[in-house]
Write a protein that binds this ligand. Structure first.
Ligand SMILES: [Zn+2]
Length: 851
């Protein structure tokens, strides 16, 4: 499916006529090409574009294009020339017209109220829907862009605007020529926009662009960008490569953000912020996403993967880097705890039989799109982090710098990075890292303490971890080199960190004199991507001194033990015992690590219990968390720390959603009215749980109030919060209203899938939502963009029942979603795993509650 090595573009001169008020746009391009002598035909990508005149030219003059042959499966056109081209360079002039798309890719229409915008999203392979091009990441070229549009519009592209010509009601904006870029990194946004005043990071001017009226929300993004740009320059040892930096909030946007060189596009929620009402979680996420995109300016944009099979390296690296850089800037934010929660879904997905290795061969564009998942991002980042920890930060950075310098403005493969790291480390990296990339899944490390002749050892046994207990021993029998980091708690003094490279199925790691080893934790700081299950004796010791573990380890321990329960490798009672120790847990993220599994139990297992036992489960939860909430109260004390504020929010969610604590539910209901009138009436971190809880118990009048608040929201976060809460109501009539709304212009395309996923999570709405998806698919499917399709499919196992599993399988067999093919297999597997687990866990839960 690949294009030939030659012709290869050197430069694209693009003239575009874009008026977002119109449904079509047009363009003219002049391409400078390097060619093989004797070239008779030129194949280039184009989808849904209507080509007008095109001519080629070589040193002996013009060459007519005799005919244009479409190759629909390859998404290309072949221009067959009248005579062979001579020499090694040629030029090609093309004119075309295309639709302003409505599916969030290519050059597409984004609406904000009555205003219309044209914006691009070209990754993975949608530049071909914008202009005819050689749409592969290693066909890098320079771009000279000029855009003609009505004078009221602003135009932003990768290069700085260097000149504007006005003629009557139109203007043409000329942009500076870019350095060499892959086609997927080209950007254009056209429409009525306003820009912040530039701030500077060194000599780089940084601006935020947004729809009119929202400029006042740009301050935080500018602060983050200026701060982290300097830190990234320092890390890479190279100045920012693209001259100016524009950050654009696009009112309808498929992904979180996109790293177009010099013109990064974002969802509004991830860029525009009111510091007075934002929650700390939202703020950290904004900082993380901005940093992720800016890390790509070097890692991805300046040095680009040669082909989509190495996409993971771009994303894994940028993901890891964002946490690293933001943590360096704001250590008090404890970013690595967020990382721990972000990677929980990667562990869950990677425990399935239908997971995939980080590295997968990619044949075409939809396979490339399919790879934008938690394996690529979060597992990939975990492997990068493991490698950094094993090599040491200074060595790792030296290797990365070398790699970036060596390949800048060109393309590279993962192997080039390993080579650079090996040179920096003066040891072999490839044998360690390769199994992590090419083998799917991850190890289960069973840890057992063995004392012998006065010395203590940790006996570790590895096998591949599967969520499904029925997977046979052959599939599990797999080893890989694990850079393992152990925390040893001595009888006296400070903890010791022991490092070991575990390569065999069974290995013993020496821990020192037995008399001085109180306990050991097998994944210190959660630095390895493994599940660690400790033997009973260690587990009891860890439970008794839970707070002596680092917060990330407490999160890890809860995650590992729960995974053990799912896989039938650890008793539920042990996990529940750990939860009983969380009443005085100070870290909101640790409570968060228990929240997910507790939600699963509440949703899947508790409904199968008799009322009496369900009541006991809720009382058990309330018994653990009510005292902490009683102490914390609804209102913060003066000068209260961020942790305490966030912890209060998690406690409200635990008690209100899971324990159905009447007082907490009533507290939320009392507070929603005042909050709708005055946003300052609630501590910002409580907005999420209060808005959500009130909706769950809300009447039609409250629904109407949410709808009004959503439409007149003052910040993007507020808009999303109320929009998503529309999916939390339980009244069937209100559920139907929200479903109908998902087909209307009131819900932007970007939010349709998240809203439906939210409704599938709502026990009162899920079955009706599934019916709606099937019945209204013809209207709905154009609003399920390719990049979000897998998210919709992944939310379906919430339907639980075998009947729905069959329906899901047959529905998508006849209504295929190519970018969610793998997600569908995973969803079907999860339906079954959940059913098995429900059957097992209900018995154990009943026994525990009786005990
Ligand atoms: Zn990225």
């Amino acid at each position: 499916m690949r294009l030939q090595e030659l012709p290869r573009p050197e430069c694209y001169d693009l003239a575009l006529w874009v008026d977002p008020a119109k449904d079509r746009f047009r363009g003219e391009a002049s391409l400078e090409l390097e060619i093989a002598p004797g070239t008779r035909s030129i194949e280039l990508h184009a989808v849904d574009l209507e080509l007008g005149t095109c001519t080629a030219r070589d040193s002996s003059g013009e060459v007519r294009v005799a005919r244009i042959r479409p190759n629909p499966e390859r998404e290309t056109l072949t221009l067959v020339l009248d005579r062979p081209l001579s020499g090694s360079s040629a030029s090609l002039d093309l004119a075309w017209e295309g639709p302003l798309r409505t599916d969030l890719r290519g050059l597409y229409l984004a609406r904000s109220g009555k205003r219309r915008y044209a914006a691009t999203q070209l990754e993975a392979a949608d530049a071909r829907r914008f202009f005819p091009c050689f749409d592969e990441p290693d066909k890098k070229a320079r771009f000279r862009v000029r855009v003609t549009t009505p004078v009221k519009n602003q135009v932003v592209s990768n290069g700085a605007a260097v000149r504007t010509e006005k003629r009557a009601r139109l203007k043409t904006v000329y942009f500076a020529e870019t350095p060499k870029l892959s086609t997927y990194l080209v950007a254009l946004v056209v429409g009525e926009l306003e820009a912040s005043r530039p701030v500077h990071a060194g000599s780089t001017p940084i601006r935020v662009w947004c729809v009119p009226g929202k400029k006042k929300l740009a301050g935080f993004a500018l602060e983050v960008a200026a701060e982290v740009l300097g830190r990234l320059e320092e890390y890479f040892g190279l100045p920012y490569p693209y001259g100016k930096l524009d950050l654009l909030a696009v009112p309808d946007f498929e992904f979180g953000a996109m790293e177009n060189a010099g013109a990064v596009t974002f969802r509004e929620t991830l860029l525009l912020v009111d510091p007075k009402t934002i929650t700390l979680g939202e703020k950290k996420r904004v900082a993380e996403v901005i940093t992720h995109e800016l890390a790509h300016m070097w890692y991805g944009d300046l040095v680009t993967m040669a082909w989509w099979d190495d996409l993971w390296l771009n994303e894994a690296f940028a993901t890891w880097m964002a946490f690293e850089i933001v943590d360096g800037w704001k250590p008090e934010w404890k970013m690595w705890l967020d990382f721990e929660s972000h990677r929980a879904p990667a562990f869950a997905l990677d425990a399935l039989e239908n997971t995939h290795p980080i590295y997968v061969p990619v044949a075409n564009a939809s396979e490339a799109t399919e790879n934008f998942d938690v394996i690529t991002y979060e597992k990939g980042a975990s492997v990068v982090r493991m490698l950094e920890s094993w090599l040491g930060p200074a060595v790792f950075r030296r290797g990365v710098r070398q790699y970036i310098r060596r390949h800048r403005e060109r393309n590279a493969r993962a192997a080039d990075l390993w080579r650079a790291l090996e040179q920096a480390a003066k040891k072999a990296v490839i044998p360690i890292v390769t199994p992590w990339l090419t083998q799917p899944g991850f190890p289960l490390v069973a840890a057992q303490r063995v004392d012998r002749a006065g010395q203590s050892h940790l006996l570790v046994e590895q096998e591949r971890f599967f969520a499904n207990p029925k997977v046979g021993p052959d599939a599990r029998a797999e080893t890989r080199p694990i850079p393992l980091v152990l925390r040893v708690r001595p009888e006296k003094g400070r903890d010791r960190i022991v490092r070991a490279l575990v390569e065999k199925k069974r290995e013993e790691v020496p821990l020192g004199p037995a008399s001085d080893v109180r306990w050991v934790y097998a994944n210190a700081d959660e630095s390895s991507f493994v599940r660690a299950l400790h033997d009973g004796a260690i587990l009891r010791a860890l439970g008794q001194e839970l707070r002596r573990l680092a917060p990330a380890e407490r999160m890890g321990l809860l995650g590992h033990q729960w995974a053990g329960v799912r896989a039938d490798r650890a008793p539920l009672a042990d996990w529940l015992d750990l939860v009983t120790r969380l009443g005085d847990e100070p870290e909101p993220d640790v409570l968060g690590a228990a929240h997910g599994p507790l939600t699963w139990l509440t949703d899947h297992a508790v409904p199968a219990l008799a009322n009496e036992h369900a009541g006991r489960f809720r009382a058990w939860l309330a018994g653990i968390f009510s005292p902490a909430f009683a102490k914390a109260g609804w209102s913060p004390e003066k000068g209260e720390t961020d942790e305490r504020r966030q912890r209060r929010a998690v406690l409200i969610s635990m008690l209100g959603n899971l324990a159905e604590d009447a007082a907490v539910v009533e507290g939320a209901r009392q507070r929603i009215g005042p909050y709708l009138k005055n946003r300052a009436s609630l501590e910002p971190n409580l907005a999420g749980p209060v808005v959500d809880l009130a909706a769950q118990h809300g009447e039609p009048a409250l629904y109407d109030a949410y709808l009004r608040t959503m439409k007149s929201a003052r910040t993007p976060q507020e808009r999303t919060r109320f929009e998503m809460a529309l999916g939390a109501f339980r009244d069937p009539a209100l559920i139907d209203r929200t479903l109908a709304l998902s087909l209307s212009a009131d819900v932007p395309t970007q939010d349709v899938v998240p809203l439906l996923a939210r409704m599938l999570g709502n026990p009162s709405a899920r079955e009706r939502t599934w019916e709606f998806i099937r019945e209204r698919w013809a209207d709905l499917s154009p609003r399920v963009s390719p990049g979000l399709a897998s998210r919709l499919v992944s939310a379906l196992p919430a339907l639980q029942k075998p009947l729905y599993r069959r329906q899901v399988a047959s529905f998508f067999a006849t209504h295929p979603l190519p970018t969610a093919a793998r997600a569908l297999k995973q969803a079907l597997e999860r339906f079954e795993l959940d059913a098995d687990l429900r059957a097992r866990v209900v018995l154990d839960l009943r026994a525990y509650l009786r005990g």
